[in-house]
Design a binder for this molecule. Structure first.
Ligand SMILES: Nc1ncnc2c1ncn2[C@@H]1O[C@H](COP(=O)(O)OP(=O)(O)OP(=O)(O)O)[C@@H](O)[C@H]1O
Ligand SMILES: [Mg+2]
Length: 253
């Protein structure tokens, strides 16, 4: 008998609006453990909103999110988040190590400072993203790719089994992209579930076990070969499909 599936994230009939305009409409997706899942779709499709709804940062009009079988609103610290880079204030005076330690704050009660255990978790996370040598730098003095890795370290230090990353590859060079992918794959091997917003269709099939294609509504969810189909992509990306014809050739339909 097949083992019962372990749903780590269950999104049911999710509708989210900003000022009465729906950014997501009736989206239902169930994500299993130990997977690297990509979220694709054009600008303004609702990818960041999807991630924020799982985190409980935006309130659904309709629908629900469950994390490890429990209502997401009652769950604390089980989901770690790496925000889209443009949304962070990089002039804030804080060091690399302090950002990583911030990942521990959910475990640290208000009446005490970070302990040796918290600092060790932060240091391990910085080593995992290969940023330990820069731990005393101010974050404003880092390159874009280094900043991205520090924010991954903050999420890893939290120790959560679920990581949500919003465009971690945006604006980084090819070597940094490889380094970040390597961290994601190692996190998956360590038993984590990762949901990653991604905008490059040419690498989506290579990087992810499954893809979620959204533009307000859910258009497809499954292994890359079943999602990167010409009929689906032309509906979602409209006139811009020509750019992606090489992707479809590789994937078949
Ligand atoms: N705080 C907000 N207030 C009002 N409208 C918003 C807000 N955040 C997002 N939106 C709108 O909701 C829709 C979805 O936005 P979202 O940021 O989720 O898209 P996205 O797929 O992440 O886009 P991008 O690829 O540009 O990051 C867009 O039309 C956007 O303008
Ligand atoms: Mg976004």
């Amino acid at each position: 008998m097949a083992a019962e599936k372990r749903w780590v994230i269950e999104v049911e009939h999710l509708t989210v609006s900003y000022q009465a305009r729906p950014a997501l409409l009736d989206v239902s997706v169930r994500i299993e453990g130990d997977q690297l899942v990509g979220v694709i779709g054009p600008n303004g499709a609702g990818k960041s909103t999807f991630i924020k709804a799982i985190l409980g940062f935006v309130k659904p009009d309709i629908g629900s999110v469950r994390i490890n079988g429990r209502d997401a609103r009652t769950v604390k610290g089980e989901v770690a988040y790496v925000p889209q880079r443009g949304t962070v204030d990089w002039d804030f005076p804080i060091t690399v190590e302090e950002v990583a330690v911030m990942g521990r704050y959910q475990q640290i009660p208000w009446y005490r400072s970070p302990t040796a255990v918290d600092r060790e978790a932060a240091r391990e996370a910085l080593a995992m993203v290969r940023m330990e040598d820069l731990s005393h730098r101010q974050i404003g003095e880092l390159s874009g790719g280094q900043q991205q890795r520090v924010f991954m370290a903050r999420a890893l230090a939290q120790g959560s089994d679920i990581l949500l990353l919003d465009e971690p590859f945006a604006g980084v060079d090819a070597a940094t992209e490889r380094a970040i992918l390597d961290v994601l794959e190692r996190a998956k091997q360590a038993g984590k579930t990762l949901v990653v917003v991604h905008h490059d269709l040419s690498t989506a099939a290579e990087y992810f076990d499954k893809l979620i294609l959204i533009k307000q509504r859910l258009y497809a969810y499954g292994p890359p070969g079943t999602v990167l189909r010409e009929d689906l992509l032309s509906k979602v990306y409209e006139g811009r499909l020509r750019i992606f014809s090489s992707v479809i050739d590789q994937e078949g339909a």
